[in-house]
Design a protein around this ligand. Structure first.
Ligand code: AMP
Ligand code: MG
Length: 362
């Protein structure tokens, strides 16, 4: 009799313990790792993705694979280096008929055209032939002489966002002149960041920092509750082997930060320095310092933009670099865009000057 009661208590105790364990496993935070880092190369650049807390249902290899697949998919469609990408095939075609592309490429072209309209053509993905002629990107000959006025005029006649049209719904783009070509380099990295964010969201990962070639987007906070902090670099060429100098850090939560500048991607030929960003209004690089030319006392070095969409931030950063500080700030204030302009100065007491729109964090 006493024995029966004892065994019933034991059974009841065990059942209760199992129930507690079951609910604990079901309800406990489903995290394995803290701060997993996934790094690699894609789209001609380096990427680094930090994830704080991975759900139990996702293993690290699956996560890396999902990220790489996302990036490869975008690269296959938008690369200017892969001859069979949608962009390269569109560029090689001289047909002025509608050209079918993936919904993703159509969406990026559509966004690019919106930014061209907003910035009055400072942003223009049809600058592709000028980018090549000035020695940048795929197929460029960086040793060739800079174009003369006449040649530049001929190339410029093949450029202009108003010659490009898009059907975002049916996924098709169209050129009005056979020579038109596009280059999505100023927006595709930001778009890739957004798509990696989507991939992580789908996997129910809610805390991450995605950095693809300097275009960054963050969600949530780190495991210890502290915010993601991203450094904005001093716009000066890297010193080999040294860490880049950070001008200021911004906290990012559910927002993207993109930066464009002349301090990393430029060329020097015969003592002349050329920036990779082209001013579509002149057809020339935004920066061109000729030998013997007086060095300006100040020069725009970088523009950083905050936006919920990294693709938009990426495109706007390039556009505002072309517009320059005065016109860029004017537009940023008018459109409520958080923008930071860093200029290099010959004034040794203040080598970097900062100007920011009202909405950019102080
Ligand atoms: P980013 O580093 O995002 O500023 O993009 C710069 C790249 O975009 C260049 O290397 C060119 O391939 C391309 N590009 C240059 N000038 C422009 C422009 N005005 N509008 C759009 N894309 C451009
Ligand atoms: Mg850009």
């Amino acid at each position: 009799m006493f024995g029966n009661i004892f065994w019933n208590v034991v059974r009841f105790g065990l059942a209760a313990a199992f129930l507690v364990l079951f609910f604990y496993l079901a309800l406990a935070p489903k995290t394995y790792y803290t701060d997993a880092v996934i790094e690699g190369d894609s789209m001609g650049t380096f990427y680094s993705i930090k994830v704080s807390g991975i759900p139990m249902t996702v293993d690290n290899r699956e996560l890396s694979r999902a990220i790489q697949e996302t990036l490869d998919r975008i690269d296959r469609a938008m690369s200017t280096y892969k001859p069979d990408s949608e962009v390269c095939r569109f560029n090689a075609s001289d047909s002025t008929d509608w050209f079918p592309v993936s919904p993703e490429t159509a969406a990026v072209v559509s966004l690019a055209l919106d930014i061209s309209t907003l910035t009055d053509g400072a942003f223009d993905i049809t600058v592709a032939p000028l980018v090549q002629r000035w020695g940048f990107g795929a197929g460029a000959d960086s040793r060739s002489r800079p174009p003369g006025a006449e040649e530049l005029e001929t190339v410029r006649n093949t450029v202009g966002f108003r010659h490009l049209r898009v059907h975002p719904d049916s996924g098709a783009i169209k050129k009005d002149i056979p020579e038109l070509q596009i280059d999505l380099s100023a927006v595709a990295k930001g778009y890739a960041v957004d798509q990696v964010a989507r991939t992580l969201d789908t996997l129910k990962i809610d805390s991450y920092m995605i950095d693809i070639g300097g275009e960054v987007r963050c969600r949530g906070a780190k495991m210890d509750g502290s915010p993601w902090r991203i450094g904005i670099e001093v716009p000066q060429p890297d010193v080999p082997g040294a860490d880049p100098n950070i001008f200021m850090a911004v906290e990012l939560k559910d927002v993207a930060l993109a930066t464009s500048g002349d301090y990393r991607d430029f060329q020097e030929r015969d003592g002349v320095r050329y920036s990779h960003i082209i001013d579509p209004r002149t057809g020339e690089p935004t920066e061109r310092t000729l030998p013997g030319e007086a060095v300006p006392t100040e020069r725009l070095g970088s523009v950083s933009i905050l936006d919920p969409s990294c693709a938009r931030a990426d495109a706007l950063a390039t556009a505002f670099f072309v517009l320059g500080e005065i016109r860029g700030l004017e537009l940023a204030e008018r459109a409520g865009i958080p923008a930071l302009f860093l200029s290099r100065s010959t004034d040794v007491s203040k080598p970097i000057r900062k100007a920011a729109s009202q909405t950019f964090p102080r």
